[in-house]
Unconditional design. Structure first.
Length: 120
């Protein structure tokens, strides 16, 4: 009984808590590293939309979230931010649906930001 108390007490003394926190932080870092960004193996650039040119829009950006299946295929695109709104969304979605990632055997998500600039 005394042995168990010592073990429990040592876990809660200052050095025990410090060691526990370090171990927990290390495990958390390993978890983040294990879920690093997926590796892109095929990128398709979006076309600059004719609608943007017609409206006098020469630049913009879109932040999107990609849903990626276990084989690395993009199965969905969610527009998170766009400036200007709705001008580049279709071009971004069409292009990102053609992207491919290295297969991991697990579904995953990935965020990207695409910047548009018309130099014509």
């Amino acid at each position: 009984m005394q042995m168990k108390r010592k073990a429990i007490n040592s876990m809660f003394d200052k050095t025990g808590i410090s060691r526990w926190l370090l171990a927990f932080a290390g495990a958390a870092l390993l978890s983040v590293a294990a879920h690093a960004s997926p590796k892109v193996i095929k990128k398709v650039p979006p076309e600059f939309p004719r609608e943007a040119t017609q409206k006098g829009v020469n630049a913009g950006s879109v932040k999107a979230k990609l849903l990626i299946d276990a084989e690395g295929k993009v199965t969905g695109v969610e527009i998170l931010e766009a400036e200007p709104k709705r001008i580049f969304d279709r071009a971004v979605t069409n292009a990102l649906m053609e992207w491919r990632f290295e297969a991991t055997g697990e579904k995953q998500t990935h965020e990207v930001k695409l910047v548009f600039k018309n130099e014509d």
